[in-house]
Design a protein around this ligand. Structure first.
Ligand SMILES: *Cc1c(COP(=O)(O)O)cnc(C)c1O
Length: 369
């Protein structure tokens, strides 16, 4: 028998979350963002659940090839554009749309030989200060692109730094509008947080929306909202089993560094999941875990291959009992990845992207893939 850890991708949840994103901007077309191997879910495994999208957005050219290999004929957008001139050949060959965020990318395009003009997304740096042309330089970039025979349609794009927080989007939105209001072209501004938290304000600039994390069922603004409050369902479940049980007396400790001391007699379950599986080592005593459908807490340190959990609320749990580290138990109980991430001082994004290579994946509860 293989070690009992398993990550499961739920096609129905992906489909549901995609529909939920669409409902937040009913007039927009939807890029399903599948960068980082579909946020760790696997591009091929997620495809069935996401094929109702209008396009796929990602940034690795090899991943774009994998989407085309699934026979996807619709739009694919490279969110960071091309990294070197020969990437443009692949764009021409596979019909990839690409972001233009700097003058070097315009230079490459101007030197590129192509039969079919490219669809490009011109990116404005409206305040995030990672990629894009400043508002002052945006129009000159647009004018340059517009004069190139290699360019067909030009769309306009920006990305918000604080759509999930108190600073909000208004300053960036004003900069974008001031610099771009009279330029033609479709607009794409919204990631998940902007879509869910500011959808109404962005409706007139949402020809395309770009939800990532919401599609995978994690709340972009946790803990202000929980995924369930946004109507999202977990697309990934990380599950395992109890492979050992210990009985502790008051004063006994558990695990490396003896960081947890029992204050009374306790039953402890040892779970086949550790940091080498992608479970965050920064989680400590108190991190929520499901045993069967019952919520309990991790105790002690996360080690490489194991964690230990308090079985007090589940007195009948024995060897082989089902454990859910995040996602949905077989009985339907939910444990949000966002809660586990919070206990580790990080975000759901990181956890789902970091499930380790050694963890086998299955597609949909009950059926191996
Ligand atoms: C990753 C990414 C998104 C998706 O962001 P989420 O927060 O996961 O919704 C949207 N736009 C760009 C440019 C991105 O890089």
């Amino acid at each position: 028998m293989p070690r009992p850890i398993l990550a499961t991708v739920d096609t129905a949840a992906l489909r549901h979350n995609l529909a939920r994103a669409r409902a937040a901007a009913p007039d927009a077309r939807v890029w399903a963002v599948v960068k980082a191997n579909a946020y760790g879910h696997g591009i091929e495994r997620s495809f069935e659940g996401l094929r109702g999208a209008d396009g796929f957005a990602l940034l690795d050219l090899a991943e774009a090839q994998r989407v085309r290999a699934l026979d996807w004929r619709g739009p694919i957008l490279l969110l960071e554009g091309c990294f070197e001139a020969r990437d443009l050949e692949l764009c021409s060959r596979l019909g990839l749309w690409h972001v233009i965020h700097c003058n070097e990318q315009i230079d490459m395009l101007a030197a590129h030989k192509t039969g079919l003009p490219h669809r490009v997304f011109l990116k404005m740096n409206s305040g995030m200060n990672r990629l894009g042309f400043t508002p002052e330089r945006f129009r000159a970039a647009w004018t340059r692109l517009n004069a190139l025979p290699q360019v067909g349609e030009i769309s306009l794009m920006t990305h918000f730094s604080d759509a999930d927080g108190p600073k909000g989007i208004s300053v960036q939105l004003q900069r974008f509008d001031a610099a771009a209001h009279d330029l033609p072209g479709e607009r794409t501004l919204s990631n998940s947080a902007a879509l869910l938290c500011h959808g109404a304000a962005l409706a007139s600039r949402s020809d395309w929306i770009r939800p990532g994390i919401a599609v995978y069922g994690s709340a972009p603004d946790f803990p202000a909202h929980r995924a369930a409050e946004w109507g999202l369902q977990p697309a990934m479940t990380l599950g395992s089993r109890i492979i050992g049980v210990q009985r502790l007396e008051a004063g006994d400790t558990v695990g490396y560094g003896s960081s947890f001391t029992a204050d009374r007699p306790l039953r402890i379950g040892v779970v086949a999941c550790g940091y080498a599986d992608g479970y965050p080592r920064h989680c400590s005593t108190g991190t929520p875990v499901l045993v069967g459908d019952v919520r309990t807490r991790m105790v002690g340190r996360v080690s490489m291959d194991m964690i230990t959990v308090d079985l007090t609320p589940i007195p009948d749990a024995a060897m082989g009992a089902e454990v859910t580290l995040w996602g949905r138990s077989l009985g339907g109980a939910l444990l949000s990845i966002d809660e586990v991430a919070q206990a580790a001082g990080t975000v759901g994004y990181e956890l789902m992207c970091a499930v380790a290579q050694r963890v086998p994946f299955a597609l949909d509860p009950g059926s191996a893939a």
